[in-house]
Unconditional design. Structure first.
Length: 259
């Protein structure tokens, strides 16, 4: 039955293989450097008439200068990262791999140095990526500007003898609620004012139409009253003539009946 592999021997073999691969990569890079063209050859190639001059590159973007808070933020990162990496010492790593520390201390020390270097590089790159994506430096500088502006206003208010503003966390609940509801209530008030103006304009048009119709009705009533007066006058005039006309009508009927 085969014995299980020793972890220390396996780590040692992996470290030796990594060191051998690193030496091979260094020799390969040295050979590639020898195969690269000399500066004279580069000058000859650059002077060839077949190649056209490339357009000038655009000006490189200048990064924002970190303010006090942004600089302190960077310092906290560096100190925290340095404190973390300081725990990854050769002694701590050797206590984890005692066999490799005895048989190949140089290899283990090289692994420790590369591990610390790679870990620090990756952490800084990740942090820089987050800084660029979140635009932390610009936002911290903006916060710096806001704080300085607030301090300036506070100093000016103190010089003028005005009362210092109450901090937001010390305001009563009613004022905080009113401050949060003020934009919504202002929007609703503007909408209601617009509806009220529309309704008032519509009512004014209706009132004008009603006034016109009322004047027309009054003119029609006056015309009818005048017509009724004419009819009453005509009927009074006909009262004395109706009896005579009835007598004549009866006499004509009698004469016609006798003949």
């Amino acid at each position: 039955m085969a014995e299980p592999p020793n972890p220390d021997q396996q780590l040692q073999s992996e470290a030796e293989a990594e060191a051998e691969a690193q030496s091979q990569s260094q020799s390969q890079s040295h050979s590639e450097a020898q195969l690269q063209p000399t500066p004279q050859e580069n000058d000859i190639d650059a002077a060839a008439p077949t190649q056209s001059a490339s357009p000038p590159l655009p000006p490189r973007h200048t990064a924002l200068t970190p303010g006090p808070r942004a600089s302190r933020f960077q310092d906290v990162l560096e100190s925290s990262l340095a404190h973390t990496l300081s725990k990854l010492t050769y002694e701590n790593l050797a206590s984890c791999y005692p066999t490799l520390a005895v048989e190949a201390p140089k290899v283990l020390r090289g692994v420790q140095e590369r591990l610390v270097l790679k870990l620090g590089q990756n952490c800084r790159e990740s942090f820089d990526k987050v800084n660029r994506s979140r635009d932390i430096v610009a936002k911290l500088n903006e916060l710096e500007t806001l704080v300085s502006e607030a301090e300036r206003r506070r100093d000016e208010a103190g010089e003028k003898g005005a009362e210092a503003p109450i901090p937001p966390h010390m305001l009563p609940a009613d004022e905080v609620l009113a401050a949060h509801l003020a934009p919504h209530l202002a929007l609703q008030q503007s909408q209601l004012n617009a509806k009220l103006q529309t309704t008032q304009a519509h009512n004014a048009r209706l009132f004008e139409e009603i006034q016109k119709q009322r004047a027309e009705i009054e003119s029609l009533v006056g015309f009818l009253e005048k017509a009724f007066e004419d009819i009453d006058g005509a009927s009074h005039m006909m009262d004395g003539v109706v009896d005579d006309l009835a007598k004549e009508t009866r006499m004509i009927e009698v004469e016609m009946a006798g003949s």
